[in-house]
Design a protein around this ligand. Structure first.
Ligand SMILES: Nc1ncnc2c1ncn2[C@@H]1O[C@H](COP(=O)(O)OP(=O)(O)O)[C@@H](O)[C@H]1O
Ligand SMILES: [Mg+2]
Ligand SMILES: [Zn+2]
Length: 254
């Protein structure tokens, strides 16, 4: 966190400032400068997505335009708003890209502590932490998930849950909610109720549905967890072509 060679603080991160007859301890400039980098290092952003930003998010349809606008507003209003986001839509439309872009912006502009976690990884880590030979305790695994101010939980529902896992994940996100910590979810799973289908129809073309998995979100994470997520988040529907297939493939030349 500090520059060990800093002549101002000799690596302590603190400097004394005279205030009248008293001296008060203040954070050294080197500490402040390094803080952002530390937050970024601790954010666990996946390498592939490290450079995702609002600037390099392309708009190919209205749903993407609206998703970008909501994401920018989220950063602008933070920490005033008390609701998270749920990016829903088929594979490759940029859900993870936008979620990471929000974290990058929050760190850069507001020095907010953030954390990225894949849903499957979270479950795997929780399960591993229970085995006696695990190097990580349950607390090590859970601490950043509880403590960081903004969490991205990517690919909600990507692993089918058991009642035990549902309970644990419920506990985690509920704990965050009660402590006014925001969570941004992404999911390929959406709900198949008629009401939801009507709402979605303006966003998704018929072929988008074919790309979606057969299960609905409620099949994957259970009704209790799903309704908590809905309560905690603004739902942001994203539709369109798979960017990886269409745009990236077109750019590969051999
Ligand atoms: N609208 C977009 N503009 C720029 N890059 C995009 C866009 N949508 C997707 N990508 C890129 O395509 C890849 C897949 O996107 P990703 O965010 O992983 O999709 P999803 O999470 O919806 O499956 C990533 O490299 C991402 O940066
Ligand atoms: Mg994704
Ligand atoms: Zn210093």
């Amino acid at each position: 966190m500090v520059d060990k060679t800093c002549p101002k603080c000799q690596g302590t991160g603190w400097v004394l400032e005279e205030k009248g007859s008293r001296s008060v301890a203040k954070r050294c400039e080197c500490f402040i400068k390094n803080r952002k980098n530390v937050i970024l290092e601790q954010a666990n952003l996946p390498k592939r997505y490290k450079n995702c930003s609002f600037n390099n998010f392309e708009i190919h349809n209205d749903s993407l335009r609206s998703a970008l606008k909501i994401s920018k507003k989220f950063v602008k209003n933070y920490p005033v708003q008390d609701i998270g986001l749920l990016f829903q839509g088929p594979c490759g439309v940029g859900k993870t890209h936008l979620a990471v872009a929000i974290l990058n912006e929050l760190i850069e502009k507001k020095s907010i502590s953030c954390y990225f976690c894949d849903f499957r990884e979270l479950i795997r880590n929780i399960q591993n932490s229970y085995s006696s030979d695990s190097a990580m305790s349950e607390t090590d695994v859970i601490a950043p998930i509880f403590k960081k101010n903004v969490l991205v939980l990517d690919e909600l529902g990507a692993k089918r849950t058991s009642p035990w896992v549902e309970e644990t994940v419920f506990y985690i996100i509920n704990h965050r909610y009660n402590n006014k910590k925001l969570t941004i979810f992404t999911s390929n799973y959406i709900d198949s109720g008629e009401e939801e289908e009507d709402k979605r129809s303006s966003y998704f073309k018929k072929k988008d549905f074919n790309q979606l998995a057969d299960d609905s979100l409620v099949d994957r994470i259970g009704i209790r967890l799903r309704s908590r997520v809905y309560e905690m988040c603004k739902i942001v529907n994203m539709g369109g072509d798979d960017y990886r297939k269409k745009v990236k493939q077109a750019g590969y030349r051999f």
